[in-house]
Design a protein around this ligand. Sequence first.
Ligand code: ZN
Length: 152
Amino acid sequence: MGRQPLWRRVNYLPQITYFKPAGVPLTQLQEIRLSVEEAEAIRLKDLEGLEQEECAKKMNISRSTFARELNSGRQKVADALINGRAIKIDGGNFEMALSRFRCINSHEWDVPFQVMINTPPQFCPTCNTPSIMPLQPPGPRWGRGGRGRRRG
Ligand SMILES: [Zn+2]
């Protein structure tokens, strides 16, 4: 046990997180849950048109894991489109590519994922105070963000 989960890196959080087919009563509606990573995989591969290798690197996962996320995401979207189901984008094990920090004097700045791993910030770049803290990802829907680590 005690094995660390591999955190997928996500550059973009969808602003719209619920899709519902028109004209289907709620009682007959089946909901599909698309994880943030699956949505990110589809975004990188199908929307931005990147190679799988490049997508996997961006998400900090192996190619085979990326392929799994992509396939499962595509299958869910296809199911929703063809069978008229609702899609809810939610949850998953992800880490934002940028972490936002704030100092005690209310300066805010973004720290790239790569920098966070190697040399986490110690001081505010504006006023040099060591009293800094990481902020949660922006947006009211995403306060709960990734599962697991932040909740302990
Ligand atoms: Zn400051």
